[in-house]
Structures are given as C-alpha cells and as structure tokens.
Design a protein around this ligand. Structure first.
Ligand SMILES: [Cu+2]
Length: 131
C-alpha cells in the first residue's frame, strides 16, 4: 500500500526529469544529432563563423578561455568516459550530466563575461567572453 503510493507520486517526477533531459536544459539544449564539426575527432571540419566548439577532455574544457562575437552558438562535447556538465557560475545556463559524446549547445546573444564550471568537478573552470 505504502509502496504503491510512493511509486505513483514518483512516476510523474521521474518522467518529467527524463523528458527534460532528452529535449532541453535550462537556457540551452542537448543537441542530438549534432552538426559535423561537433566531434571529439580533432580532424573534424572547422565550425562555421557563427559557431564554436569546446571539447571536454581529461577533466578540462578546451579551450578554457573563449572569446566570441554576439550571436555565436557554442557547442560543448564530452570526450571523456566520465560524465561532466557545463554550468554557468551566474545561473545563466546549466546542462544536465553529459555522458561520453553527449553535446550541449547555447547561443550567446548578449555581450559579457560568462564564467562556468563542471558541477561534479568544481576544479574544472572556464569562461566565455562575448563581444
Ligand atoms: Cu566534470
């Protein structure tokens, strides 16, 4: 009786969390499928002028410092077997846990400095400057 009541309460919450994880994160999105240049393979084609790629590899964002013109879409791909996030220090965006080869993207329309980190690994820090 108690077990059934608990399950019925949990199911909608779990479903909502699963759907949110599939389709969108806060102020950004999980990108699936991704454009060709979004790859852990460093011989992938260069991004178009309105996009940039950040690879998460060996517990670091690369490049850690990125400067882009306003209107640029930034893609992050996780090249590690461990899961990581891209999480704004100032609550501007936040991805869910990205498993290996998962991609998150966000378009930066406003100028400013946007420091971010990885939620499980607070030593992983980086920033994006939008001009
Ligand atoms: Cu991490």
């Amino acid at each position: 009786m108690l077990r059934r009541a608990t399950a019925s309460l949990l199911m909608p919450a779990l479903l909502a969390a699963a759907l949110a994880g599939c389709f969108s994160d806060k102020n950004g999105e999980i990108t699936d499928p991704s454009p060709d240049f979004v790859s852990c393979d460093t011989s992938a084609p260069a991004p178009p002028t309105d996009a940039r790629l950040i690879r998460i590899r060996n517990f670091a964002f690369g490049p850690a410092q990125l400067s882009v013109p306003a209107g640029t879409t930034v893609y992050w791909i996780n090249c590690d077997t461990d899961a990581h996030t891209t999480t704004s220090d100032t609550n501007v965006w936040g991805s869910s846990l990205l498993t290996q080869n998962a991609v998150f993207s966000r378009r930066f329309d406003n100028a400013g400095s946007f420091p971010y980190h990885c939620e499980p690994h607070d030593f992983m820090t980086a920033s994006i400057t939008v001009q």
